[in-house]
Write a protein that binds this ligand. Structure first.
Ligand code: ADP
Ligand code: MG
Length: 398
């Protein structure tokens, strides 16, 4: 048991994955779109393989660095399908770990129009079909739901309960996408002493017994996301959404002890990463501009702090924005994170794409120790039982 009364998962059972890297970073490059092609825009990236991406004609590049190669856990080329991304981005491992009790987050980062929502949910409306057979454009979330239920169906000794919630952060206000209410009243974030984490007060959570329940959550949230929005594109480029599935498992452990633990799976569709510059010069009020940027700025700051070995042990400003409060337990300490950085290959977007690649490179350097959260009392009982067994066997040898 460590100082937080957490018990490392590895100590409970050896069959669980050995976690060394808690952040997996992949890049997805969307195809040039028809407008870009019509305007004669060209691709400025190449794919040497081995998780590398090469950028030609680097912006502000001095004469000896006109091209630059960046390395990640994987790079998905424009021709990659939704299925390729699902199979090879690391989401399956993330889901497996969430089932085993880790706090896991998959987030899409990138400028507006780079393919974040396409990657997570696919084109609008597509999620309304039941995945008896996948449509080629079905996104990561839906494929993850199916995979999650495949995993749960296999394990008969463990009893699982799934609870889902879906929220949006716009202008630092938290809106419950499963329970809009008439006034769209924002919900407060509070600190829970017991869970040692932030939570959204009165957030609607839905117990999901089958796949269709999870799909209904996704549908309802996506529908509510667009309710009353005059300019959906502008709105979605400035808001963050977090779909969360809490997975509680109850298992009978050695010595007749009953253990319950709750893993978490977050899917985060972030606001466009270009927003910072645009809103500063835009016509918004200063407060609104600051607030819209705040969550992304603080996330960037947290990632920089976490990834810098010189800053180990220094203060990480999770509390400075609502997004980072809610993601703190995944980014820090004992969470596991999958970052999908989305970029456009077009020359006209190059400086934003390079910003995204640099951001992703920083995130890659984050190192923490994932662990499973368990009820401290149960962890203690388990350890005492273990000690008794050891003492008994020692005794037997005397
Ligand atoms: P974002 O959420 O980052 O603002 P979107 O996911 O909405 O961007 O993508 C912008 C447009 O580009 C959409 O019309 C989407 O369908 C298309 N698109 C994005 N990525 C891909 C891809 N990999 N393949 C085909 N079309 C894509
Ligand atoms: Mg989007």
């Amino acid at each position: 048991i460590n100082e937080n009364n957490n018990i490392s998962f590895r100590k409970i059972a050896t069959s669980f994955p050995q976690v060394e890297n808690n952040i997996h970073v992949v890049i997805r490059v969307r195809p040039l779109n028809s407008k870009e092609i019509r305007c004669g825009d060209t691709s400025t990236v190449d794919f040497p393989g081995n998780g590398q991406i090469l950028v030609h004609g680097m912006p502000n590049g001095n004469s000896n660095q006109k091209e630059k190669t960046f390395s990640y856990d994987a790079v998905f080329e424009p021709a990659s399908s939704q299925e390729d991304v699902f199979e090879f981005c690391g989401i399956k491992e993330l889901i497996e770990m969430a089932v085993e009790g880790f706090r896991c987050t998959a987030f899409c980062y990138g400028q507006t129009g780079s393919g974040k929502t396409h990657t997570l949910t696919g084109p609008p409306g597509l999620f309304l079909q039941r995945p008896t057979a996948y449509h080629k454009d079905h996104g990561l979330i839906l494929r993850s739901f199916v995979y999650l239920f495949q995993l749960l169906d296999k394990s008969s000794e463990i009893h699982y309960t799934l609870r889902a919630s879906f929220l949006e952060i716009y202008n630092e206000k938290i809106i419950d996408l499963l329970n809009l209410g008439s006034s769209r009243k924002p919900l407060p974030i509070r600190w829970s002493k017991k869970a040692r984490g932030f939570f959204v007060e009165n957030l609607f959570t839905v117990v999901c017994e089958e796949l269709d329940d999870l799909i209904a959550v996704l549908e309802e949230g996506m529908r509510n996301r667009s309710v009353g929005k005059h300019n959906m594109n502008e709105y979605s480029s400035r808001s963050h959404t977090i779909l969360t599935i809490n997975i509680t498992s109850e298992i009978a452990a050695e010595g007749g002890v009953f253990i319950s633990r709750t893993g978490k799976l977050n899917f985060v569709d972030l606001a466009g990463s270009e927003v910072t510059k645009k809103t500063q010069s835009g016509g918004k009020t200063l407060e609104e501009a600051n607030n819209i940027n705040k969550s992304l700025m603080v996330l960037g700051y947290c990632i920089s702090s976490l990834s810098d070995p010189k800053r180990i042990g220094t203060h990480i400003p999770y509390r400075d924005s609502n997004l980072t409060k809610l993601l703190a337990d995944s980014l820090a300490g004992n969470g596991v994170t999958l970052m999908i950085a989305c970029i456009s290959p077009a020359k006209s977007n190059q400086s934003e794409s390079v910003n995204t690649l640099r951001y992703a490179s920083r995130a890659k350097k984050i190192k923490t120790k994932p662990a499973v959260l368990m009820d401290p009392r149960e962890a203690l009982i388990l350890n005492l039982k273990r000690e008794i067994t050891t003492l008994q066997s020692e005794n037997d040898h005397l």
